[in-house]
Design a protein around this ligand. Sequence first.
Ligand code: AVI
Length: 327
Amino acid sequence: MNSQVADLRDDDRRPPDNLVLEIVQRGLRASPKRLPSWLFYDERGSHLFEQICEQPEYYLTRCEIALMQSHGAQIAQALGPDVRLVEYGSGHAIKTDILLQHLAAPVAYVPVEISPEPLRQSVQRLTARFPQVPVQPLCADFTKGLRLPVSPRGARRTVIYFPGSTIGNFDAAEAATLLRKMRGEMGESGGILIGVDLKKDVVLLEAAYNDAAGVTAEFTLNMLAHVNRATGSDFNLGRFRHRARYNPMAGRIETHIVSTAEQSVSVGRQLVRFREGEAMQVEYSCKYSLEDFAALAHRAGLEVRNVWLDPEEMFSVQYLVRAGATS
Ligand code: AVI
């Protein structure tokens, strides 16, 4: 039976505002200052991220969709029939459509998403579009241990779908920990289907995070508006700017919020001083070569079974299984 939208299970882990204050204060005491990237995603931030995905410079979404369209059938074949598909951070689940069109007799689709509204909307849309696929939504933080719902029938394997190169927003140690957690959740015969952005010309990489329309800059600074609302702080958005640069040694775009003046900001009872030009680190977007990613998978006890590339070879979708798995 398809789950009703009202059945959303809520693990309620988005930190309450008093904890947000503590997390922000701790990040602003650190040297250099930093704020966690989940603070981007209030309602406006999520909307701005959708707009980023439509910017001509932000090739990631366009290339991943092109890749799923051209290789969807092959990908579904690699996953096999009777799959339980668990999507981490499913959002509006746009790329999932292409996969569900091709999968043979999927046992269930389990979207795992922390924001209830996109989850509700995607469940409604996918239930209408694929009435034969049971949808079992889970409103939860995919970085924490998940209690997956019991499937309506036995699955041949659980496949964790993690598109969008969201893995790039975790540093190498965190990414290995997350992949290891997925390895546990997918079980012996399971797999991970993951979108991974590739290393490429710095000009293209930096353009993707500095679009001409300024949407990414707005997305970045919106984090301060979110922090003001959640903590009562008084960041003046006009006195900070967005900066995103590629660090070739670390292989990642590093996004900072830079103070354009010497200034003080009140965050709870803490007075935070900024020097002119001082940068707060707010996001990493790691880029991988195919070898880099295979090595990361190996650290998590996984191996790469398949790699698919978009026609421009900018982006990859990879299928990982347990190291040494035979089936
Ligand atoms: C969600 N994530 C994969 C995006 C990225 O490319 O790192 C977030 C983003 N930040 C700025 N632009 C897009």
